[in-house]
Design a protein around this ligand. Sequence first.
Ligand SMILES: Nc1ncnc2c1ncn2[C@@H]1O[C@H](COP(=O)(O)OP(=O)(O)O)[C@@H](O)[C@H]1O
Ligand SMILES: [Mg+2]
Length: 403
Amino acid sequence: MPELVIGTVPRGEDYFGQEDLIDNIWAHLKKDNVLLVAPRRFGKTGAMYKLLDYPRDQFIPIYIDVEYINSAAEFIIELIAKLIKQGHFMRLAKEIWTETKKFGKFLRNLPSSIDFGGLKVELREKTDVQKKWLDYGEQIKLLLTKERKPLLLIIDEFPIMVNNILNKDYEEAKQLLHWFRSLRTAPDTKARFLVGGSINLVSTLDYKGLVDTINDIHIIKLSPFSEKTAKKYIEEIFSANGIELTEDVKKTVSETIGEPIPYFLAVLLSAIFDKVRVLQCDVTPQIVKEVFDEDLLGGSTSAVFLHYRSRIDQYPYYSDCEGRSAKDILGILSRAEEAVKRDTLYQVYLKTCNLAPGTQSRENFMHLMNKLGNDFYITSGDSTYSFFSRVLKIWWKTHYGWK
Ligand SMILES: Nc1ncnc2c1ncn2[C@@H]1O[C@H](COP(=O)(O)OP(=O)(O)O)[C@@H](O)[C@H]1O
Ligand SMILES: [Mg+2]
C-alpha cells in the first residue's frame, strides 16, 4: 500500500497511479526523445525515478539532476562521472579514451572505491575536461554510438540549468545546446534522452532565439491525477493509515482540492491525519474544510505557490507588459466565482499594456493566454478562462486578489 510522501520523491509503490503517463513516455522513447513539462511538485522527478527504477526495452537508465549546474563544463563533468560510475559504460570509456593518453591513464588509475563526489573533484582538478569540455562532449557522442545497450539519460531540471548558463554566457549556452542536439540526433545512436523541468524550456529558448536546438524533442505535459485515481489514492492512503473514510469525506476532499495535483492532495491528507490524531476524533467534512483553510494554504506548501508567482517575474519570457497583465488577469480570475469571458480579460490586457485594440494586440493577448496555459496557471473553456488549480486560485486570492 502506498504511504504518504510529502515533498521528497515518491518511489516504489509510494509513487501512485500515472501508469498511462509512464507507458506513454516509454512508447515515445522508442523513437523520440522526450521533454516532460509541469510545474514544481507535479511529480516529474517521481516519474523519472519510475523509469530509472523499472527500466524497459533493455535501456540502461542514468539520472542526473542539473538544477545547480551553471556551466557547460560542469555538465560534461557530471555526465562523465555518471557514465564512469555506471560500470557498463566505464569499460567502453576506457577503450575510447586510450587514445587520449592523459585521460586514458587517469581512468585506468582511478581507484574503484572512489565515490561520486570524489570522482567529480578529480575530474575537475586532474584532467582538462573543464578546459576542453566540447572535445570530451564529442567523445561521449562516440561512446554512445558504439554502445550496444541503449543508454537512457534522464536529465532533471534541465531548463533551469540552461537558464543558469544563459544568464551567464549566451555563447556557452548556445554551444552546449547545439552539442546536446547533435548528441541526441547522432545517426547511429541508440541512446535516448528524457529531460524535464519546472520552467518552460520552449518559451525560454524561443525568447533567446534558440528554439531550433530542441525542436527534435517530443513534449509530454504531465497531468495531475485523474478523478478516479485521486479517489483511489484517498481510499488507499486512509486505509494504510487505519483511518475510516466515509463517502462524505471522500467527496469533500475531492471538491476542496479541485484539480487533483498529487502534492496538494498529499499535504491535505497528512494535515487531516495530524489533526484527528491530536483531537482523537473521526474525520468529518467539517474537519477537512478546517484543515484546508488553516494548514494547506500556509506552511510547507507556500514555497510552491510562491514559485508560481515569482516565476512570472524571474523568467524573461514574460515581457514586462505580459508579466504585469498576467498578474492582473490572475488576480481577476482568483476573485471570480465562475469562468471569466475572454473579452473581459482582453480588455484588462489592453489597459495594463496601454494598447489600442487591433489584430496585433489580439494576437499578443492570445499568445500570453497560451503561455499561461502551458505554464499551468489557467485552463480555457468555451471562450472563457479559469484557474487551473482551485488550491492555487484560493491562495492567489488570499495574497494578491485585492488588486
Ligand atoms: N504519483 C504520485 N504518487 C504519490 N505522490 C505524488 C505523485 N506525484 C507527485 N506526488 C507528490 O508530489 C510531490 C512532488 O513530487 P516530485 O516528483 O518531486 O515533483 P516534481 O519533480 O515535479 O517537483 C511528492 O513529494 C508527493 O507528495
Ligand atoms: Mg523534481
